[in-house]
Design a binder for this molecule. Structure first.
Ligand code: SF4
Length: 401
């Protein structure tokens, strides 16, 4: 879909009537009654502040409500409005986002705030097309901000809303593709078109999150049960149609620990990297097919201007991001030499373990960092360039900073 174009507009030529006027009225009434009694009490719903709505909606993309609430509350204390966010450094913004993943969302929020601070009186536009011109704001987020914060009669269709509407109409085709996508947005538009768009949109979001869930929906307690075609036809389990899951790919990575004078080497990932751009990591590389772990580690060290060898394995982590199931081996590096310099990195730094808390790191590397204080305190810690600790298995870290 072209940016700046709301999906509802794309089905303007579609004259099919998905539901009659009476149906729309009944469903609206049922949703509003249910929302008044059962709507979720969420921190960003305390006010209709456009900035709060915006931040919450961006955080909720790819993140569950329970997980994101503490992030949202900390964020609002740290960056309470557009101006505060625009004035913040990228480092501080990414650090505040650490743990939520998909860091491009945090960067887009800051970029949009900076643009707003320059071009507007630091306020979010009311119009969905204008909202969609801002970095990181798509059709759903624009609809949510415009309806919830500004009371505009526009729909906001996310995965939850789409599932509810498809079930209400017993639409079995893929709602992420035309023409079903257009029909879904059009139906959502009809539901909000008679006013109270904020409540209608949020009731649909909540219904999808707590009643009309992907698996095992609670149809018996659903406020729109009598108007639900899928429930009437007994096809609820077929909607949405089970997606063909993409095959998982396995990924093997290595990270190296290099220590000098009680400080650990970390490198900042290049800003143009797709993954972990701008975040700090321990020297790290993917182990390519037909490549040994040692060779991959040498590449990782080379990106920081060092040479060195694979030492003892300290830990092994498993994690999954998108379709990748990753095994990360963490090794102590031995025989390191050279001057640490950002050859294929934005920056390199030597940090004490407690100082690492000030750097934005991806979750896997934060887990490694959390283990380092134990190593700092281990017997055998010596001053000097070639100091080793017993627990590091005589890992020599002779690299010069
Ligand atoms: Fe969803 Fe069941 Fe309600 Fe229909 S009746 S909207 S399938 S929870």
């Amino acid at each position: 879909m072209a940016r700046g174009r709301h999906p509802e507009a794309s089905c303007a030529a579609d004259t099919s009537e998905p539901a009659g006027r009476d149906w729309v009225q009944r469903v609206r009434r049922a949703l509003l009654n249910w929302y008044r009694r059962c709507g979720r009490d969420l921190p960003w719903r305390q006010s209709r502040d456009p900035y709060s709505v915006w931040v919450s909606e961006v955080m909720l993309q790819q993140t569950q409500v329970k997980t994101m609430i503490p992030y949202f509350e900390r964020w609002m204390q740290r960056f309470p409005n557009v101006r505060a966010l625009a004035a913040a450094s990228e480092h501080d913004v990414v650090l505040a986002w650490e743990g939520l993943g998909y860091y491009s969302r945090a960067r887009a929020l800051r970029q949009a705030a900076r643009r707003l601070a320059r071009e507007h009186p630091a306020e979010l536009p009311r119009d969905v097309a204008e909202l969609q011109r801002l970095p990181g704001i798509g059709a759903y987020t624009a609809g949510a901000i415009a309806s919830i914060a500004h009371g505009r009669p526009v729909p906001a269709v996310d995965g939850n809303v789409s599932r509810v509407l498809c079930r209400l109409q017993a639409w079995t085709d893929d709602p992420t593709r035309a023409p079903t996508k257009g029909q879904v947005w059009k139906l959502a538009g009809r539901l909000v078109g008679r006013g109270r768009a904020a409540e209608i949109n949020q009731s649909l979001m909540d219904l999808g999150a707590i009643v009309c869930t992907p698996r095992g929906p609670s149809c018996s307690s659903c406020p729109v049960r009598r108007d639900c075609r899928a429930a009437g036809l007994g096809v609820v389990g077929d909607i949405p149609r089970p997606a063909t899951r993409p095959a998982y790919a396995r990924r093997h990575e290595v990270a190296g620990l290099v220590r000098r004078r009680g400080r650990w080497l970390v490198v900042q990932r290049p800003l143009d990297e797709q993954r972990w751009a701008g975040l700090w990591v321990f020297p790290h590389a993917e182990v390519r097919a037909h490549e040994g772990t040692g060779a991959a580690l040498r590449r990782a060290l080379g990106a920081a201007g060092l040479t060195g060898r694979l030492g003892p394995e300290l830990m092994r982590l498993g994690y999954q991001v998108t379709r990748f199931r990753t095994t990360l081996e963490v090794h102590v590096c031995t025989g390191c030499s050279g001057r640490a310099t950002p050859v294929k990195a934005t920056a390199v730094a030597w940090k004490r373990s407690e100082e690492l808390e000030q750097l934005a790191m991806p979750a896997a590397h934060r887990r490694i960092a959390s283990r380092l204080p134990g190593l700092d305190a281990s017997p055998g810690e010596t001053a000097g360039r070639t100091g080793c600790t017993k627990s590091l298995g005589k890992a020599c870290c002779a690299a010069r900073g």
